[in-house]
Design a protein around this ligand. Sequence first.
Ligand code: PMV
Length: 328
Amino acid sequence: MAVSSAPGKVYLFGEHAVVYGEPAVPCAIEVRARVGVEQRADSKLRIHAEDLSLDGFTVEYGGTADGPPDVDVQESLLTAAMGYVDGAIKQVRDVTGEDEVGFDVTIESDIPLGAGLGSSAAVAVAAIDAGTRELGTTLETDELAERAYQTEYEVQGGQASRADTFCSATGGAVRVEGDDCRSLEAPDLPIVVGFDGGAGDTGKLVAGVRGLREEYEFAADTVESIGEIVRNGEEALAADDIEELGRLMNFNHGLLSALGVSSRSLDSMVWAARNAGAHGAKLTGAGGGGCIVALDPTDETETALSYTPGCEDSFRAELAETGVERLE
Ligand code: PMV
């Protein structure tokens, strides 16, 4: 068996706008998905998952299924999660040319599903890495990121940027603009995450922004302004200017909110963080529900979030300096 892990991420800046060619800066954090892949004697695919939102279940492809898994998540999330693994295994078969080989795949993830922390990218990266290694091929990070991107692209029906998958494969803070992905020097940021226990529907949220952008010039301008914030954010990161980073994150949240992708619980958590003295706070990822990211070197934000109605979990997240890690 080969086992790889890959980190989740927060967006410091630029989600949604990145879909329209603006730059974005995601940053890998130390919450990980670990995926074990073991070759089978037959050509079936059996997936077992344990995760924060999935209580533990098994799905078998190409054989008799055990019936629908009994899990406490939306059906669409579950189908999507399985789709990523299926897609990742297709990439493994494609890289290695071994079309007929079957696998037992075990997923253990600390990353909530669909909550803006890049769970699907982390699972895709770790699954492709472990799967190819199980068959004796070790991919370079760039190819791994590309293959994981292809997986997301297919599962999400063409609505995916390279941000999540590149960030998860390489670790650290990265800058993504269209096809151009690169690593950035980043200081050790005091990242605090708040999670409302829910998830947003990325496809619907992306479509909503697309519609606004087509209908209103000011919505298109808002997307461009997010790009400007990202460029300023890069300078603030390079200068290690955490106060400026926070101000820009606040601004970015306001514009995302104007584009209709925030929610009451995300806004409550953002305000709780700001009132607790965070340098700045914003939603991360597609929005609609899920997580916020705040910058606060003190414990105040984490404490305030733990008392905020609508916040289910809050934790400090270290920057993940390495992306994919090969464990076995
Ligand atoms: O919620 P996440 O982590 O899947 O992030 C979605 C980010 C978007 O910019 C909204 C879409 C994308 O693919 O970049």
